[in-house]
Design a protein around this ligand. Structure first.
Ligand SMILES: C[S@@+](CC[C@H](N)C(=O)[O-])C[C@H]1O[C@@H](n2cnc3c(N)ncnc32)[C@H](O)[C@@H]1O
Length: 257
């Protein structure tokens, strides 16, 4: 997935992911290896540490065999519940991390997380899973169900932190659907490949906060340095009486560079 396009509708299918995680190909994270989509914890750490206290109860959507949860636990995070639709990867990860009590693993479909009580998480983390849902046969309905569940599971003022290839024009409308109520701050991060290329010259900032317009879009004159950049949406759950969806006012934001 990348550049705003789905390469395959299979990204929404459990059978596709089971086959991928069963395969022996390290490049796809198969055969018990690991594979991190988009960005690693090392790159995301400044933002995550600034926005998510280590004592938070965190739900990791579509964990796959990413190192993110393991690295967060090693860095002091106390309670990370990992879910994925693939029973294959859940078994692999449960076995791999059986000595790390901060990490739990459950096979679950993000469209139906009724197992969990309302307002039972401080933070929901999503790296690539909304993207997979937007490629599924039932998109965008399945993605909408997932986001309604995320809003239900978060405590008031909890955070849905979404890491995606989707630009605001593709992601803000679905985030701001009825039933969800967010204050959104956006960061843009070049791909690791671009960062590597650029660091041979003058050092580049790795992450940039970009103020969204009132209707939740990129400023009209904004130009992406790396066209393949990743977008990080920090969505604060608003209290019910507040506006349905809005960009965070500048004074409320934190600079994570
Ligand atoms: C693009 S991968 C991202 C994996 C991991 N978060 C990472 O950053 O490397 C998408 C993940 O979402 C999972 N997934 C797809 N559809 C799902 C669903 N309906 N419910 C739960 N997980 C799902 C897949 O099994 C896969 O592990």
């Amino acid at each position: 997935m990348g550049s705003g396009e789905c390469r395959s509708n299979d990204y929404g299918a459990a059978a596709y992911w089971d086959a991928r995680y069963s395969s022996g190909s390290p490049a796809s994270g198969g055969g018990g290896k690991f594979f991190d989509w988009y960005q690693t914890y090392a790159a995301l750490r400044p933002l995550l540490r600034a926005r998510i206290p280590a004592a938070s109860r965190v739900l990791m959507l579509g964990c796959g065999n990413s190192l993110l949860s393991e690295d967060m636990a090693k860095d002091g995070y106390k309670d990370i519940v990992n879910i994925d639709i693939s029973s294959v990867v859940i078994e692999q990860m449960r076995e791999k991390h059986k000595e790390i009590p901060q990490l739990t693993y459950m096979q679950m479909d993000v469209r139906d997380m009724t197992f969990f009580a309302d307002e039972s998480f401080d933070c929901v983390l999503d790296k690539g899973t909304l993207d997979a849902m937007m490629c599924a046969d039932d998109a965008p309905d399945g993605a909408s169900k997932m986001l309604a569940e995320v809003a239900r599971l978060l405590r008031p003022h909890g955070i849905y932190l979404l890491i995606t290839y989707g630009a605001p024009k593709e992601r803000v409308p679905i985030l701001c659907q009825a039933g969800c109520s967010w204050s959104i701050t956006l960061y843009i991060m070049p791909t690791p490949r671009y960062q590597l290329k650029m660091s041979k010259g003058a050092p580049q900032p790795t992450m940039e906060e970009v103020a969204l317009t009132e209707d939740g879009q990129l400023p009209p004159d904004y130009v992406l340095k790396d066209p393949e950049s990743h977008f990080i949406y920090i969505c604060h759950k608003l209290a019910v009486k507040e506006a349905n969806c809005r960009a965070t006012e500048p004074e409320e934001t934190t600079n994570a560079n």
